[in-house]
Design a binder for this molecule. Structure first.
Ligand code: PLP
Length: 391
């Protein structure tokens, strides 16, 4: 016997993984330059040089016992201090070291926050299109997953739809901005309207409705767009962050959960986050990389290469007749599938070694996602294939 729920999660087909593996096989047959793989969100900009310098310095100067040893569960005290000071300075809100719980990336940060908030009968709302993992994370944590569509064509929040979905069971709303897969950045105005709605409903139902702000793409923005710091707009916000995308460190597994002091039941929620992490086997985030991000947390990524790709792909596809959401952040382009059946279109594209991700898993059928964290040359080579397909 084994756990049937775990089996179902582990054996389910992942289109993204399958298409990525298919691409690797095809590359052996037709040559890498003839495969156009837009499937994975793996950063293509190398980590800033300072990160590697910092890692070397730490390895050369800090005792091996310390560098490779356990830190305390929420993270090393000095490291939490450094990151808290950086956040306080950047966002003009006092963040204390005790507000930060370091995790192995944004995914476990989300899982810890969702588990910390799950109560009998609780519901969690996500805005579609959404990061596909939200559904299994929410359900594994013990809440009901509720999807609310974003507003077309700008993919901002649909406040009317949200007002209809929030009820006495709603425990949290997940906000992911910059958004995977749409590239939208939710405006301060939209977030203020959401905050007003949640404040009113929290009072009405007699319990706080939290925002879980999932922000691994916070620093990846274009055209000077600002990403509002949601705890400044709505106090009952729990931030889940990682350096996976901003410093191109997805394999290093480093991020945090932030529960500021003014969050309702802040200390209890923080303890529940710690307990949730413990229940999932968390001991501490990797010690070496904790030290490196403490030294490098003020570094802003150079998004120039992503920006070039964004414009090339957006302009190329719209010129070819595709309908696309112009991304303001992250490194994804969300495109309407010609003919309306995204899976059928993706299969057609696959025959030409163009690997794209149909949007069904993002909770919004009829579109596909392109991860443009790829080489500019690959985009240039792929544009004629896109044109052929839409023709
Ligand atoms: N949230 C979103 C929206 C993501 O796109 C990702 C990864 O792609 C994650 C969370 C997980 O990030 P991490 O690699 O830091 O766990």
């Amino acid at each position: 016997m084994y756990n049937q729920k775990a089996y179902a999660l582990g054996s389910v087909r992942s289109y993204i993984r399958e298409v990525f593996e298919y691409g690797r096989q095809q590359a052996k047959l037709v040559g890498e330059e003839n495969v156009y793989d837009y499937s994975l969100g793996n950063p293509s900009i190398p980590a800033p040089e300072q990160v590697n310098e910092s890692l070397h310095r730490i390895l050369n100067t800090v005792s091996s016992i310390k560098v490779h040893g356990y830190t305390s569960g929420p993270g090393d005290d000095g490291i939490r201090e450094a990151v808290a000071a950086n956040l306080t300075e950047r966002f003009g809100k006092e963040i204390k070291p005790a507000n930060l719980f370091f995790t192995c990336g944004a995914a476990p940060a989300l899982m810890s926050a969702l588990t910390a908030l799950a109560c009998p009968g609780s519901e969690v709302i996500a805005i579609a299109p959404y990061f596909p993992e939200y559904k299994p994370f929410t359900e594994s944590a013990g809440s009901k997953f509720v999807s609310v569509m974003a507003r077309e064509p700008d993919f901002q929040l649909d406040l009317d739809a949200l007002a209809a979905a929030v009820n006495e069971h709603t425990q949290a709303v997940i906000i992911n901005s910059p958004n995977n897969p749409s590239g939208a950045v939710f405006s301060a105005e939209t977030l203020a309207a959401l905050a007003a709605l949640l404040t009113e409903r929290s009072e009405k139902y007699g319990h706080p409705i939290y925002i879980i702000a999932d922000e691994p793409y916070r620093e990846l923005v274009y055209d000077g767009v600002e990403v509002p710091f949601i705890p400044n707009i709505y106090k009952d916000t729990i931030v889940c962050y990682s350096w996976s995308k901003s410093l191109s460190l997805p394999g290093e597994r480093i991020g945090y959960v932030l529960v500021a002091d003014d969050v309702t039941d802040s200390k209890a929620v923080f303890a529940a986050v710690a307990g949730a992490a413990r229940s999932m086997g968390h001991v501490c985030a990797p010690s070496l990389i904790q030290r490196a991000v403490a030294e490098c947390c003020a570094i802003m990524p150079d998004v120039e290469a992503y920006d070039v790709n964004r414009n090339l792909l957006y302009n190329g596809l719209t010129a070819a007749g595709y309908e696309c959401v112009r991304p303001q952040g992250a490194f994804y382009l969300f495109v309407k599938a010609p003919g309306g059946d995204a899976l059928a279109f993706a299969e057609k594209a696959k025959l030409k070694n163009l690997l794209i991700v149909p949007s069904d898993g993002f909770g919004m059928p009829g579109w596909f996602r392109l991860s443009y964290c790829v080489s500019k040359e690959m985009i240039e080579r792929s544009l004629p294939v896109f044109a052929e397909l839409v023709g």
